[in-house]
Write a protein that binds this ligand. Structure first.
Ligand SMILES: Cc1cc2nc3c(=O)[nH]c(=O)nc-3n(C[C@H](O)[C@H](O)[C@H](O)COP(=O)(O)OP(=O)(O)OC[C@H]3O[C@@H](n4cnc5c(N)ncnc54)[C@H](O)[C@@H]3O)c2cc1C
Length: 148
């Protein structure tokens, strides 16, 4: 139905539209996403997730934990406050699966999650859940992806 809203009554406004920096990949168009979550523990460990992204010909992305701390910019963040994604393959490394994250990725094709906590909510939406330490699993996935 037609809606008429008095703009003076709006409590939100677009202040600025920030263009993605040159070279940044549009994760909403990626076929394969490999995500780093808070479970990676440090910026240095991002390279492990990046390696898996490259080996599987995908793009790196992240949860808000990683973007907020500045290890990746928000262009790479999946979630209600950043990007909604529907990649064919989505691989979460150390992501808990908070609702603000899951809402924006649950329509992905094949969801694979690595988490050492068997009760992590990401495992409820994952097609394949690997309950283990990502620092053991991710190198094995990199090896397998390279073999393929
Ligand atoms: C209004 C609002 C908007 C939000 N928007 C977003 C959003 O857009 N995107 C988003 O992602 N979040 C968003 N959040 C934040 C969200 O609620 C979570 O805090 C965030 O998603 C947590 O990120 P994480 O799961 O990566 O990190 P953590 O909560 O730190 O979870 C880390 C996970 O890694 C696992 N882990 C730890 N070490 C290992 C290991 N060695 N091997 C395997 N697993 C391990 C842990 O078991 C845990 O499950 C929003 C919150 C609010 C309130």
């Amino acid at each position: 139905m037609p809606v008429s809203v008095d703009s003076s009554a709006l409590k939100t406004a677009t202040l600025e539209v920030i263009k993605a920096a040159a070279g940044v990949i549009d994760i909403t168009k990626a076929n394969i996403l490999v995500l780093a979550g808070g479970g990676i523990g440090s910026r240095e460990n991002l390279s492990l997730v990046q390696e898996l992204a490259e080996a599987s010909r995908g793009s790196i992305s992240c949860s808000r934990s990683v973007a907020d701390i500045g290890w990746l910019t928000s262009e790479y963040q999946v979630g209600i406050s950043a990007n909604y994604v529907t990649s064919n393959i989505y691989i979460a490394c150390g992501i808990s699966g908070a609702s603000q994250h899951v809402t924006a990725m649950r329509d992905s094709g094949l969801i694979i999650a690595v988490n050492k906590d068997a009760n992590a909510p990401i495992l409820w939406v994952a097609h394949y859940g690997i309950v283990s330490d990502l620092f053991e699993v991710v190198p094995a996935l990199i090896k397998k992806a390279r073999e393929q």
